[in-house]
Design a binder for this molecule. Structure first.
Ligand code: ZN
Length: 376
């Protein structure tokens, strides 16, 4: 959906993004369809907080051997953008569904831009439906809202402990989906100059993160699972431009994250032009299921009202996004109740689409919903 939204919002990038959606959706087949692989696949999502492309490249050239391996033998995203890098969702009743976890951390597990509720499907639940055990381990208290993995740990403690937690469950519980979030790198931030200085404390800390990655990979190899393992290395967001270790939404650099993926059947040493954080969940799970549900929130002060718009059977995906007010033309003749050929809306609409880029847009008008198809 990230791709879908962008294609509609920025025509200039539409082709590249559509290609990305296709590439990622294709990889899904490799990751999720274990039956067509010799061994059951293992997936490692390895998140290093605030890591950016330039810092990763410098580290890879100066001793980060594991990062170097994945950059050389996997696919790197040239322009990886995160969802809002610093906002925290606060609902009208003052509740925070995801605590203080920034939206990209939600998006990379759910594959959506929906942050208003924790009652949402994610990669861990998708794994469980497929009989796959999962681990989430993060070295900051922020991430203690991610509790749907079979085994989860989140505490402002060491990166090393996170990896030890993952390795323990890898061996003892035959876990096949890992989401690891290392936070220690952020403590070494002294500003953008240090980010790309091989001698800086930031780069030294990145070498430490690389060694943690190596420990996990070694454990996967010792378990005899390396040949069927997929690795996604990413960050949740970029960083700001001051000596403060933060990532304000007002700084474009805060939106530039890192993304690289590797595994059997995936091209080696290649790049793709563009991807966004929600694409990670699409890549890991495909968000595939037999039925897709569209639920939207109507703002009715002081509480939100949830409305079930539609359930499609036999549809895959289920990505939701808002579209700006304006004039929309249907790509197809009117075919069902509530469907219109065109609509001029003064209010934003809700778009619902698949990972393969079909898209229907709903608009609320005079207390009823109308919709039109933008693509199929
Ligand atoms: Zn973060």
């Amino acid at each position: 959906m990230a791709n879908l939204h962008s294609a509609l919002a920025e025509e200039a990038k539409s082709e590249a993004r559509a290609k990305t959606a296709f590439v990622l959706a294709t990889f899904y087949v490799s990751l999720a369809a274990g039956s067509c692989l010799r061994a059951q696949p293992t997936v490692v999502l390895f998140v290093v907080d605030g890591l950016q492309n330039d810092a990763a490249q410098i580290a890879a050239a100066n001793g980060a051997t594991h990062l170097k391996f994945f950059l050389h033998h996997g696919v790197r995203v040239e322009e990886a953008l995160c969802t809002s890098p610093s906002a925290v969702v606060i609902l009208p009743d003052s509740s925070r569904p995801w605590g203080t976890a920034a939206p990209p951390n939600v998006a990379m597990h759910t594959g959506t831009h929906v942050f208003e509720s924790r009652a949402i499907d994610d990669v861990f639940l998708a794994a469980r439906r497929s009989g796959i055990r999962s681990v989430f381990a993060g070295s900051a208290d922020n991430y203690n809202v991610f509790t749907s993995a079979d085994f989860h740990h989140a505490r402002s403690y060491t990166d090393s402990f996170c990896v030890a937690f993952a390795v323990e469950h890898l061996v003892r519980d035959t876990v096949r989906l890992f989401s690891i979030h290392l936070q220690e790198l952020r403590r070494a931030w002294k500003g953008p100059a240090g980010k790309v200085d091989p001698l800086s404390s930031y780069q030294q800390s990145l070498l430490h993160a690389d060694r943690q990655l190596g420990r996990l990979i070694d454990a996967v190899k010792s378990a005899g699972r390396w040949e069927s393992t997929y690795v996604v290395i990413a960050s949740d967001h970029g960083m700001g431009t001051t000596e403060r270790s933060d990532h304000p939404a007002s700084e474009p650099t805060s939106w530039r994250s890192f993304m690289c993926f590797y595994g059997p059947g995936i091209r080696q040493g290649a790049t793709i032009p563009y991807a966004e954080t929600p694409d990670i969940a699409v890549l890991i799970s495909g968000k595939r299921r037999d039925e897709s549900l569209l639920v939207v929130a109507l703002r009715r002060s002081p509480i939100w009202k949830w409305e079930h718009l539609r359930t499609w059977s036999g549809r895959t995906g289920g990505c939701v996004e808002t579209l700006s007010a304006g004039r929309y033309e249907s790509a197809f003749p009117v075919g069902e109740i509530g469907e219109v050929e065109q609509h001029q809306s003064a209010l934003p609409g809700v778009a619902f689409g698949d990972i393969d880029a079909s898209c229907v847009v709903y608009f609320r008008t005079r207390d009823r919903w109308v919709h039109l198809w933008l693509s199929d």
